[in-house]
Design a protein around this ligand. Structure first.
Ligand code: ADP
Ligand code: ADP
Length: 218
């Protein structure tokens, strides 16, 4: 479970995230909805420990997050294929990650299968489509079997098939008892993906409710 308490981030005079207090629970996909500039990425970066709050705090399963001690446990944005070392195959990329993070290499075949990349494991990701690069990024993130997964606008730029696939993967991961938090600026996308919804605008919490209730009331 992710818990935010009065989480705030200011950039000079601009308050990007304004006293956000809410929790993201395991078992269902929680959507994070807000227009561009609402503060979603900034919030996610603070949850991931990539950015320091101005005030307030984030706890993960009751503990302050420390990305240095458990680097593979939580994921942020998605890897782009071009950010992979050009000389490495998809498999080699995952092997290097597994080795530097103390993950059993037998896990590689499992994650490749989970993201549907088994057939291209021996290929270099340079020629991968956006969707395939994203699958490889997800495979990288799943190596350490994280309990908490963050997806920042994951469907951006994907074709309908890719969107459908990632939606189902997020639901499957949540149904397996993980905490899945996904941002979008599109209500139509959230309605198809999330069972619980957190809405922000101008850095402030506007709603924190079940999707069914949100749709009923809006
Ligand atoms: P979203 O992800 O919802 O589109 P962001 O978290 O990216 O929103 O941005 C929230 C607000 O904070 C925006 O007004 C943005 O311009 C501002 N902001 C984000 N990062 C920085 C930064 N590094 N410096 C200054 N302002 C920033
Ligand atoms: P694009 O038009 O973006 O190049 P592709 O035709 O390569 O897309 O792929 C369409 C969809 O199928 C994408 O979502 C991509 O992730 C997926 N895909 C294509 N080839 C593979 C593959 N070998 N293994 C897994 N997924 C694939």
């Amino acid at each position: 479970m992710i818990e935010l308490a009065e989480l705030t981030k200011r950039y000079g005079a601009k308050t990007a995230v304004d006293r956000l207090t809410f929790a993201v629970r395991p078992g269902v996909v929680t959507g994070f909805l807000g227009p561009n500039g609402a503060g979603k990425s900034t919030t996610m970066r603070m949850i991931l420990g990539l950015d320091h709050p101005t005030s307030g705090r984030v706890t993960i399963d009751g503990r302050p997050y420390d990305r240095l001690t458990r680097p593979l446990t939580y994921i942020g944005g998605l890897l782009e294929a071009k950010s992979v070392h050009p000389g490495r195959t998809a498999y080699h990329h995952l092997l290097c990650l597994a080795q530097s993070n103390g993950v059993d290499p037998r896990r590689i075949d499992e994650v490749l299968d989970l993201v549907g990349l088994t057939g291209v494991a021996r290929k270099r990701p340079k020629g991968f489509s956006l969707g395939m690069g994203q699958r490889l990024g997800i495979a990288s993130a799943l190596l350490g079997d994280p309990r908490i997964l963050m997806f920042d606008e994951p469907v951006n730029g994907l074709d309908p098939e890719g969107i459908h696939w990632i939606r189902n993967l997020m639901k499957q991961l949540a149904a397996g008892g993980r905490t899945v938090f996904v941002s979008s600026h599109l209500m139509s996308e959230m309605a198809l993906t999330a069972e619980h919804l957190v809405v922000i605008g101008q850095g402030r919490l506007l709603a924190d409710t079940s999707m069914a209730r949100f749709i009923e009331e809006n």
